[in-house]
Design a protein. Structure first.
Ligand SMILES: C[S@@+](CC[C@H](N)C(=O)[O-])C[C@H]1O[C@@H](n2cnc3c(N)ncnc32)[C@H](O)[C@@H]1O
Length: 327
């Protein structure tokens, strides 16, 4: 009987890797990775490849948020010099990011007023530069939030200025931003508490009536490797890659030994998170990533999740959306 295959997370390629089996010399020779966690040794697909890029996935250790944040910063510092090259070496990624940028341009252009935008996890700033260019004369000023000094330095050379955190000097004032973007970045926040905390600061910076757009990887995207994590009953074990379902630790095998972290969301998880901050979700869209890359409007179990939300104009609306009564 044939076993379900795994495809690589974040890349969703067509390569079917073997599912976990008890470790054995044969399995290791078949290209599997032997990993050890608190419950012993397991095997996972080793070195899934996409174009010229290959990754391997490891069990998520139980470490504090700060350690995960620092780990991601080191990872992106090392990735920075060649980060933009991924657009040309990983075609489906370029198509996916390009489609999202097009959507962002359409939504920002339709805002009555869009002069200032905050972009969380803005990386090298190439997408922010592209978005402002595509909006031509109406392009807003985009300020990035970027923890990796090497990413931030590349961004600054492009003319996209960044701050290192939402607490740093120069952070936006409350209710000052017309829009907030989290493009391919929210997934790196290490825990439910850190996601809630960051989101509430981002919403605070957004003006009433302003727009927040974010995209996240989807735990139930059947074209992604991690959809197997959603259902332990299919013979794969969530604890292989993390205590919390959807957590993944990964590293590139071809260039750097640094580790990074990302989280795959369920629709309920990301929706509640956004609504709990008082945002009103206006769009929940599937965008092809592993399959049909860049197609906007794929079924919600066939792509990443793109969400747009507005900050209500009045506190009464916030309270109403939170189900609270005013006294
Ligand atoms: C996958 S990259 C995406 C970069 C860019 N948005 C893009 O799409 O090309 C994620 C970025 O988020 C940044 N990042 C991750 N966690 C962060 C945090 N807590 N604060 C600020 N930046 C963060 C990383 O340093 C990295 O540059």
């Amino acid at each position: 009987m044939s076993q379900p295959g795994w495809t690589e997370p974040g890349m969703g390629n067509q390569i079917a890797c073997p599912p976990p089996v008890p470790p054995s010399a044969k399995a290791r020779h078949a290209g599997q990775l032997r990993v050890k966690d608190s419950e012993g040794c397991h095997t996972m697909p080793a070195h899934p490849r996409h174009g010229h890029v290959s990754y391997e996935y490891l069990p998520m250790p139980q470490v504090g948020d700060q350690m995960v944040v620092d780990m991601c910063t080191s990872y992106f510092d090392a990735e920075a010099p060649a980060y933009d090259d991924l657009d040309s070496s990983v075609e489906r990624r370029r198509d996916y990011l390009g489609a999202i940028d097009g959507y962002v341009v359409r939504r920002l252009s339709a805002l009555g007023q869009c002069r200032s935008v905050l972009s969380f996890g803005s990386g090298t700033g190439r997408r922010e530069q592209r978005i402002t260019t595509m909006m031509s004369d109406h392009g807003p000023t985009i300020v990035g939030v970027e923890r990796s000094p090497n990413m931030a330095a590349i961004s600054a050379r492009r003319g996209i200025q960044t701050i290192s955190s939402l607490e740093a000097a120069g952070s936006p004032e409350a209710n000052s931003m017309d829009a907030v973007l989290c493009l391919y970045s929210f997934i790196h926040l290490p825990s439910p508490a850190s996601r809630r905390g960051t989101l509430s600061k981002l919403v605070d910076a957004l003006r009433p009536g302003g727009l927040l757009i974010l995209d996240v990887f989807n735990l139930h995207d059947t074209s992604e490797w991690t959809s197997k994590l959603a259902d332990g009953g299919r013979g794969n074990r969530p604890d292989l890659v993390g205590e919390r379902r959807g957590d993944v630790l990964y590293r590139r095998t071809d260039r750097t030994a640094n580790l990074s972290y990302m989280h795959y969301f369920t629709i309920g998880e990301i929706s509640s998170l956004l609504e709990d901050t008082g945002l009103v979700i206006t769009d929940l869209i599937g965008v092809g990533h592993g399959a049909e890359p860049g197609r906007i409007g794929v079924p919600l179990d066939k792509g990443c999740l793109l969400l747009a939300c507005t900050k209500p104009q009045h506190q009464a609306s916030v309270n109403a959306s939170l189900g609270q009564t005013t006294g």
